[in-house]
Design a protein around this ligand. Structure first.
Ligand code: UDP
Length: 388
């Protein structure tokens, strides 16, 4: 025995991010079962974790800005049981050639870049001409897809170099889905996300996540690596695993490639450094991809502070031991993932999920949605069919 025992535990959840905590909450609350959540880090919340920077009093998202948005009414109403949301609607600007443009590409970006006033129809016609080299229906990688949607000049200005910094992978080798996350609009609508429900937790992410975990039948064990206690879990105890799937299988099929992020944070004695929450840097001459300034995420609380917190974000390939953020998902990774999925299907009583467990880039709302589905489709029937 290497840690605390699992006596009386009905379910072990590995990972205390949105996915793991949502599963734990549902099973504890709805099924009356006892859940132990194992978390390798010293805090709950996964990459959504936030903390107050003491000199400024500003909530800092330790792993980069997290913006909550969803089109799923089930997820929205579930989230609202644990937190209230502000009215914040995310907008992003990007710097190219010392000029600032709205991002994602919209009518203002197009008019600004081509330095003329265009109606929506004129802009569509111009972009259609510049995008003609690829058909969006058959474009199957990030570069051809992006060009088919916004044309080559805008691609080269706003996407190519940013993507190279973000992925250090040739955009022709990246999946098209990476770029279709962003809308293209022929209006002056500059919202980053299309979703009808958007906002930030009024009293912060950590308060929201703490309420999610706060249940008499949930015990969270921080600083506890699943690998060091896995042999202590009694046989037959179901496990929901949201840690890296390749690590679970001791990298038997090789390592999946991930991007990780490095952050440089500074507290500045000025009220406002960049005028917005996230400013992207599209050019290769700047080494970071974007700068976060957290005061702008909560104008309703931060309007009086005369200090500000900025965080520069750098991207690189993850090595073993680094925090994995983005699945690279090249063809080789996808083949490896299939082999891991075959192994996972043979594993009895283990359910893989979450961003790391499924090797899929999941936004927070997607992690919650997939946890609710796992609960409804697999976990609830499991206990309802076998009451004890
Ligand atoms: N992207 C880009 N330029 C930008 C913003 C995004 O080329 O100014 C591309 C880039 O390839 C990125 C992808 O769009 O990986 C998805 O961007 P998103 O903002 O969704 O990424 P996240 O915020 O999740 O890192």
């Amino acid at each position: 025995m290497t840690g605390r025992p699992f006596t009386g535990t009905d379910l072990v959840v590995v990972g205390a991010g949105f996915f793991g905590l949502t599963v734990a909450e549902r099973v504890a609350e709805e099924l009356g079962r006892t859940v132990v959540v194992l978390e390798r880090r010293g805090h709950i919340g996964g990459n959504a974790y936030s903390e107050t920077e003491p000199r400024s009093g500003i909530e800092v998202h330790r792993y980069g800005s997290h913006l909550f948005h969803t089109a799923n009414p089930r997820v929205w109403s579930y989230a609202n049981r644990f937190t209230e949301f502000s009215e914040y609607v995310h907008q992003v600007w990007t710097v190219h050639d010392e000029r600032v443009y709205p991002m994602p590409v919209n009518l203002a970006t197009i008019c600004g870049f081509f330095d003329r006033r265009l109606t929506p129809l004129q802009a569509r016609a111009l972009i259609a001409e510049q995008a003609a080299e690829y058909d969006p229906r058959t474009a199957d990688n990030l570069e051809s897809k992006a060009i088919s949607l916004i044309g080559r000049p805008l691609y080269e200005a706003f996407v190519r170099n940013y993507t190279r910094k973000q992925w250090q992978t040739d955009p022709t080798r990246l999946p098209a889905e990476v770029i279709t996350r962003l809308p293209v609009r022929y209006t002056f609508d500059n919202r980053y996300f299309d979703d009808p429900h958007q906002g930030l937790p009024l009293d912060g992410y950590t308060a929201w996540l703490t309420r999610l975990a706060d249940h008499p039948r949930i015990e969270v064990r921080l600083d506890t690596d699943f690998e060091t206690v896995r042999n202590d879990i009694p046989a037959g105890t179901p496990v929901v695993h949201s840690g890296p799937i390749d690590r679970y299988f001791h990298y038997r099929e090789g390592e999946l490639t991930w991007r990780t992020l490095d952050f440089e944070t500074e507290v500045l004695d000025e009220g406002d450094h960049q005028g917005t929450a996230v400013l992207n840097y599209a050019d290769s001459s700047v080494p970071f991809t974007r700068v976060h300034e957290f005061r702008h995420l909560h104008p309703e609380r931060n309007y009086r502070t005369d200090r500000t917190v900025v965080m520069r974000e750098y991207s690189r390939f993850a090595e073993r031991g680094d925090e994995p953020y983005y699945p690279v998902a090249t063809a080789a990774d996808r083949a490896r993932l299939l082999r891991y999925r075959t192994l996972a299907a043979r594993e009895r009583d283990v359910y893989f999920g979450g961003r790391l467990g499924s090797y899929r880039y999941l936004d927070m709302h997607m992690a919650i949605a997939s946890a609710l589905s796992l609960y409804a489709n697999q976990l609830a029937p499991r206990w309802c069919a076998r009451p004890d």
